[in-house]
Design a protein around this ligand. Structure first.
Ligand SMILES: CC(C)(COP(=O)(O)OP(=O)(O)OC[C@H]1O[C@@H](n2cnc3c(N)ncnc32)[C@H](O)[C@@H]1OP(=O)(O)O)[C@@H](O)C(=O)NCCC(=O)NCCS
Length: 191
């Protein structure tokens, strides 16, 4: 398990950035369902879809075995409670294995505005970089999600395009920005 101290909060408990053991899948499930319920416009999955997942899927998500060929997620924990998460997945196919995709970035409302999302993303990007296989990291973000876009821009991500009316939820259609970060310079042909 990776632990990174973010900040001492005075009276508040310390925030840790951690990878969870599979035994804590219920905690991960609770936070993910909170995210899907609270901000449906931020995620492609719906609360109803994932509420129906069997336990095995939640466990597999923490062991890299679910759905994707490669998968890692970091969580922010305060006083034993998970308050944030950020994940990445990637294909092992030869034509695609140079790209990692970010997903599931979320902070509980009370944890926002304190640099925790940035710490989560930095830990995730550091781990991805250490694997040595990725030329770029990509993500999609709701074009109205100002805090998320600023977060990603602050980490060096650039908006490279916009998909119109890509996500529909709660009677509305949203545009999604496609954002990319070059991870390794000088590896492979220019993108
Ligand atoms: C995205 C999210 C994790 C960011 O966490 P956060 O703690 O709110 O992030 P910060 O407070 O550090 O804000 C990040 C940046 O956005 C800015 N920001 C915050 N709220 C903003 C708002 N309403 N409008 C514009 N900018 C905003 C901050 O000033 C900061 O910019 P800076 O680093 O240049 O100062 C969090 O807002 C969240 O969980 N949102 C809902 C889910 C979501 O949208 N996930 C993204 C899926 S792609």
């Amino acid at each position: 398990m990776t632990t990174q101290k973010v900040k001492d909060w005075g009276k508040m408990p310390e925030v840790s950035i951690i990878a969870l053991p599979p035994s804590r899948w219920r905690d991960a499930k609770q936070l993910r369902l909170e995210a899907l319920l609270a901000v449906p416009s931020a995620f492609a999955s719906s609360y109803e879809d994932e509420l129906a997942f069997p336990d095995e899927i939640w466990i597999a998500r923490l062991t890299s075995a679910y759905e994707w060929d490669g998968n890692m997620t970091f969580f922010a924990e305060v006083g034993g409670v998970l308050v944030g998460m950020a994940g990445a997945h990637w294909s092992s196919k030869a034509k695609l294995r140079h790209v990692a995709k970010i997903y599931g970035v979320y902070l509980s409302p009370e944890a926002r505005g304190q640099g925790i999302a940035s710490a989560l993303m930095r830990q995730l990007l550091e781990e991805l970089r250490s694997l040595g296989q990725f030329e770029k990291v990509s993500l999609t973000v709701n074009s109205e999600a100002s805090a998320a876009i600023r977060l990603y821009q602050g980490l060096g991500f650039k908006i490279i395009g916009t998909s119109r009316r890509e996500l529909k939820t709660e009677g509305r259609a949203y545009d999604l920005h496609i954002m990319e970060l070059r991870l390794l310079q000088g590896r492979g042909p220019p993108l």
